[in-house]
Design a protein around this ligand. Structure first.
Ligand SMILES: NC(=O)c1ccc[n+]([C@@H]2O[C@H](COP(=O)([O-])OP(=O)(O)OC[C@H]3O[C@@H](n4cnc5c(N)ncnc54)[C@H](OP(=O)(O)O)[C@@H]3O)[C@@H](O)[C@H]2O)c1
Length: 251
């Protein structure tokens, strides 16, 4: 007998681009998809060293710096992914930003703040997806998973502009699933509070979640990555926004 055994991991031979994956949920997702056999492209806008270090850990992975809020950079990110790796099968739109603003403080949620948050969370998701669609179609098994938020599904979240941006991401998910089927599946996860650098100082929210959520703890990046992988591996699910909040929405 000669030859090597074929790689039977479910995403072997597939290429996955995870935006905003130098840290937190995106980094955990990049690791999880690599564990399923995908070749992963790690991305961030600013934290180059962290992105390069993660890519160096994952077999065959690369790092590409790009700000998804900039249309030309979003297009370049997708084009370079396909140039380097020959294809694109899975797009995870995870890059996001927020500002913590009490919901009653309307003046603080200035038009500039709205634009900054919508540019990254909504237009960033849109621009990378539009650039990716021809390649996802060519894949024959292409799919998108967006990272929304419980703030997009319930009236909550770090600020009103953030919550509205995530409501747009959730609705964009349903609209694109309808527009792009049967060639491409489009789903989203909507996390509750997850322990990342973003939420490190959110003591009051942490205590609330620990006391209130049925699962009695905040989320870990790996919890969200597991839900994303679940959607990636579910061939008959599209247009779904999966709450990943330890059951917090039930209370
Ligand atoms: N943590 C939570 O509780 C929670 C809950 C619900 C939803 N989410 C969502 O989960 C996603 C990830 O959040 P996280 O908590 O994991 O945050 P994080 O640890 O701060 O990671 C954010 C990532 O996004 C990148 N990023 C930010 N702006 C970008 C841009 N314009 N272009 C490309 N990359 C960009 C960051 O890299 P740079 O530093 O280089 O920009 C970093 O890699 C976000 O969409 C967020 O809305 C988080």
């Amino acid at each position: 007998m000669s030859g090597t055994r074929a790689d039977d991991r479910p995403l072997a031979g597939q290429v996955a681009l995870v935006t905003g994956s130098s840290s937190g949920i995106g980094a955990a997702t990049a690791r999880a998809l690599a564990g399923l056999g995908a070749t992963v492209v790690v991305n961030s806008a600013r934290s180059v060293a962290a992105g390069e270090a993660l890519a160096a850990e994952l077999p065959g992975a690369s790092y590409l710096q790009a700000d998804v809020a900039d249309e030309a950079e979003a297009r370049r990110l997708v084009a370079e992914t396909v140039e380097r790796h020959g294809r694109l099968d899975v797009l995870v739109n995870n890059a996001g930003t927020t500002r913590v603003i009490p919901h009653q403080d309307l003046e603080a949620a200035s038009p500039a703040v709205w634009r900054e948050i919508l540019d990254v969370n909504v237009l960033g998701t849109w621009q990378v997806t539009v650039a990716a669609v021809p390649h996802l179609r060519a894949s024959g098994q292409g799919q998108v998973v967006n990272v929304s938020s419980i703030a997009g599904e319930r009236p909550s979240g770090s600020s009103i502009p953030y919550a509205c941006s995530k409501a747009a991401v959730s609705h964009m998910t349903r609209l694109l699933a309808s527009a792009l089927g049967p060639a491409i599946r489009v789903n989203a996860v909507a996390p509750g509070m997850v322990e990342t650098p973003w939420t490190a100082s959110w003591e009051a929210v942490r205590t609330h979640v620990e006391r209130t959520a049925p699962l009695a703890r905040t989320g870990r990046p790996e919890d969200v990555a597991a839900a994303i992988c679940g959607l990636v591996l579910s061939p008959y699910v599209t247009g779904e926004v999966l709450l990943v909040d330890g059951g917090l929405h039930l209370r």
